[in-house]
Write a protein that binds this ligand. Sequence first.
Ligand code: HEM
Length: 377
Amino acid sequence: MREHAPVHYNSEEDYWEVFRFEDVNKVLSDHKNFSSDLKYLNLPNEDNVILPFFKQSLIQMDPPQHKTFRNLVNQPFWPKSVAELTPRIQKITYELLNGVAGKEQMDVIDDFAYPLPVTVIAELLGVPHEDRDLFKHWADVQVATGVGVIGQRIDDPETLRARQQVQDEMSRYFKTILEARRKEPQSDLITHLLASEIQGERLSEEQLLGFCSLLLIAGHITTTNLIANAFLCLAEYPEALTSLRNRPELIPSFVEEVLRYRSPVQRITRFTATDTKIGGQTIRAGQRVLAWIGSANRDELNFPNANQFDLERNPNPHLAFGHGIHICLGAPLARLEGKVAFDVLLQRLSDMNCLDDTVFEPIESSVIYGVKQLPIR
Ligand code: HEM
């Protein structure tokens, strides 16, 4: 598609798709023409095209509202702030690996790549990480019912019901926690959000719920897949594992290359606010545009030998965390988790071979890229 139809109108689904790095970068950076606000679709009913929580969240906002809301949570996610979490992330990593010590086989996802980031984000937010099975259920349902597939109408009543049920459960759960923090403030993100003000006003219950759900869900499913996808890269390129063992200083560049080569978020959605030209095509106002990050990250014009995993790729200006005003809030945290995880894994696991007969089953999603299970011995 990058070569023959880089900006393509999908007439069946009525949306545009953008595949080249340059164009994807433009869609992500040009927030005036490519808006994050669903209102430009002029739909009579938005409930079946977006997860209700996300209507009140950062990812759906344009300036100036977006900046005001993002400023409330920027500081805890700055690289300097998340660096302080290093010892805690190391401790969780060791505990998880101790839990599988002596076993002949582990599942990378269930035993490690899921519990690590979910524990970290749960502790940051201030929700009990012991509830992580519940969070996993919510995340799984959201992924299966199209988290991030904003603007695509879902007609199947069963899917809508499953979504609504998760939304109700999350609402009830967070309302209880919010109530507890109102009575007894703690040093966590939920307490911080409760005390936050915009133009002298506290956040509404819906806005608080929007923040909590976005941070909890965005804060772990993506990083789970970063870690699992890193294993897939090592299985595909065993020589990279040998190089990493000999030169652990390459771990940060390894993490960046995994993000490029197997991007956990494959695409994001925008809505045209005006008639807009891109890649020689004019897209009318009020259209849905899918920017394919996964494709941009394999564009030969920007990444020589793009289909080759290159541990030492430099520069590596991938778009895995997006670009522009919505660039991933949690990128410093995800990078740190990836680095700490592989620092420890390389010391602790003598081998990271995937089972020979493993058939990897992909996650059923056009947004999140990864596999459901990943057994290794
Ligand atoms: C936004 C990817 C980890 C929180 C984004 C976006 C991408 C992305 C592509 C841009 C969405 C857009 O432009 O509409 C990833 C990947 C991750 C990761 C690949 C892991 C490897 C995290 C973590 C958090 C997080 C750990 C922790 C809270 C967010 C939030 C936004 C966001 C709140 C919305 C920012 C805004 O709209 O201003 N992420 N993410 N992400 N991410 Fe991440």
